[in-house]
Design a protein around this ligand. Structure first.
Ligand code: FAD
Length: 291
């Protein structure tokens, strides 16, 4: 019978954690408690997301700078093409390089709210592949990009989307991080398709531990992630029962990552939502231990 992997025989997994920059003092405290809790797990890197608009971008920079100054962690700064000229984006990248940040997660970004579809900024980088090329012209950044096992919601076709991922890798990215997913088969088939397309860099699964199921259903509809019927069944009746929901959420994510591990996956990117407990427990189940 094919079972779960024998943890005693497996090397520790390689981990990365994603945070978002806090908007208030209270959220800042929450983020830093999260960072301190996860830091001993010695992730390969931790990344900080980037939003549209000046103050949001400053918050990303400030968070990344504080990680450099106050922790042993290696930060990766997310950067998007939205709402800025090439020169402006390049300026942000130069600042990161000057501050000692060597890893960028290069993204296109989404249309600002109020704008129905994405339109490249006149004079800006149009797509993530263009941004990767631009960053490589500035300095030898390590660059990660986004990948979509279930295809980007606006992609013309799954093949078009895969060709786009290949373009981002050919432009200089050395890792893809996937949109979160719940169908493990879909991800594993996607890995096969990446391999067949000549994509040889790691395509790291993005893992979202689900704490608020109702919210995840809404968000998944926007980003094109399928929420399987079995998951709805598992969370059924728990909307008002946060304690049980957390236990169920841990089991769901643990089953997912251990199934991936059983299929040879040894690198995981966690969308932490700045909450450490579930992520810590799941990383522990994967064999990660505090150093
Ligand atoms: P691209 O790779 O540029 O692709 C976007 C779409 O355009 C795809 O459908 C692609 O097939 C199509 N396309 C690409 N090139 C062309 C072309 N030349 N002509 C026509 N169509 C083309 N968003 C944020 O705002 N901030 C973040 O910090 C952030 N972090 C993320 C981290 C991860 C790991 C992931 C998976 C997503 C993240 N996002 C973030 C969301 C991301 O910005 C959106 O999903 C966005 O819609 C697409 O970004 P991309 O980099 O995948 O775009």
């Amino acid at each position: 019978i094919a079972g779960l992997p024998n943890l005693a025989e497996l090397p520790a997994p390689r981990l990365s954690f994603e945070f978002f920059p806090p908007k208030t003092d209270k959220l800042e405290e929450q983020l830093w408690a999260c960072i301190r809790r996860l830091e001993p797990l010695a992730p390969e890197f931790v990344s900080v997301t980037y939003g549209a608009g000046g103050t949001t971008q400053e918050r990303t920079h400030a968070t990344v700078a504080r990680i450099v100054a106050e922790t042993s962690l290696t930060p990766a700064a997310h950067l998007t093409c939205v709402g800025a000229t090439e020169a402006e984006v390049e300026e942000v990248a130069r600042r990161y390089w000057a501050d000692g940040v060597r890893h960028i997660v290069a993204l296109r970004g989404d249309a600002p709210s109020g704008q129905a579809t994405y339109e490249p900024h006149p004079g800006g980088f149009a797509y993530a592949a263009d941004l990767v090329r631009g960053l490589k012209r500035i300095a030898d950044f390590e660059i990660s990009v986004a990948a979509y096992p279930e295809s980007h919601p606006t992609a013309a076709s799954a093949q078009h989307d895969l060709d786009n991922l290949k373009r981002k890798i050919d432009a200089g990215a050395t890792r893809a991080i996937t949109q979160y997913f719940f169908d493990t088969d879909t991800y594993l088939r996607f890995l096969d398709r990446c391999g067949a397309a000549g994509i040889t860099v790691p395509v790291v699964p993005g893992i979202l531990p689900v704490t608020n199921f109702a919210q995840v259903v809404k968000f998944s509809a926007m980003c094109g992630t399928n929420v399987p019927a079995w998951m709805a069944r598992l969370f059924e009746g728990l909307d008002e029962d946060a304690d049980t929901r957390r236990m169920v959420a841990t089991v769901v994510a643990a089953e997912q990552v251990r199934l991936l591990q059983a299929n040879g996956v040894d690198e995981f990117h966690f969308y932490t939502l700045n909450r450490p407990d579930l992520v810590y427990a799941i990383a522990h189940l994967l064999g990660a231990r505090a150093k």
